[in-house]
Design a protein around this ligand. Structure first.
Ligand SMILES: C[S@@+](CC[C@H](N)C(=O)[O-])C[C@H]1O[C@@H](n2cnc3c(N)ncnc32)[C@H](O)[C@@H]1O
Length: 203
């Protein structure tokens, strides 16, 4: 899977299809992030919500782990006003950093199969301090026909353009709740098709 090819068009496409909903959802829980938090941002793409985060919380320290060079480059280009951001061009699986107060994932788990997510969640969890929070925003499985059709089209598009290996969305809630997290806040958009969740690490 490689997002370099569509990095230039990603934001425009996302706005064309979803309007402002995804950006609103992604940043809706940033107000809960502590002022001086040490943040791990995973797969943040072109960095639009990273910018919002830093404008809202200028004292946070961020490790921005993004596997796509082109996505990372775009994020870096719009953050030249900010200190405290460390851009790391690696897959999260190879990133060794640990012990963060906050982890952010946005439209990240929708890229993977259930088996892969089952490996990723414990790997990510170990990077979060006990009591720390994880903000995960993503599409959620839906029974509505129009939303199911839209998901099918999106998966087809990403299969063809970035080489995504999966064709369906996994319900991650069951997976992270069995992995030492408590669901603390949930915000729903488009009747729950998009949600932003704040999970707290128990132990
Ligand atoms: C669907 S895009 C979402 C981008 C951004 N979070 C947003 O909401 O606009 C997924 C992003 O995750 C990145 N990504 C995919 N696999 C990754 C991995 N293993 N480690 C880090 N980043 C990854 C991709 O390069 C891409 O930028």
């Amino acid at each position: 899977m490689q997002f370099n090819f569509i990095a230039k068009y990603y934001l425009t496409l996302s706005k064309l299809v979803h309007g402002a909903t995804l950006e609103r959802a992604k940043t809706s829980l940033f107000c809960k992030i502590p002022t001086h938090a040490n943040v791990l941002f995973i797969g943040g793409g072109t960095g639009t919500s990273l910018k919002t985060l830093v404008l809202l919380k200028p004292n946070v320290q961020v490790d921005y782990v993004e596997v796509s060079e082109q996505m990372s480059m775009r994020a870096r280009a719009q953050m030249n006003f900010a200190d405290g951001i460390n851009f790391i061009n690696l897959p999260i699986e190879e990133f060794k950093g640990e012990k963060y107060d906050v982890i952010i994932t946005e439209f990240f788990f929708d890229l993977f199969t259930k088996e892969k997510i089952k490996q990723l969640i414990p790997h990510i969890m170990l990077k979060l301090n006990v009591g720390g929070c994880w903000i995960d925003t993503d599409f959620r499985p839906t029974t509505k026909l129009a939303q199911r059709m839209l998901l099918k089209i999106m998966y087809l598009f990403f299969n063809l353009t970035v080489g995504l290996k999966t064709l369906s969305l996994v319900d991650v809630q069951k997976l992270y709740l069995t992995n030492s997290f408590t669901l603390t806040i949930e915000k729903k958009y488009k009747k729950g098709f998009v949600t932003s969740r704040l999970l707290t690490r128990k132990a």
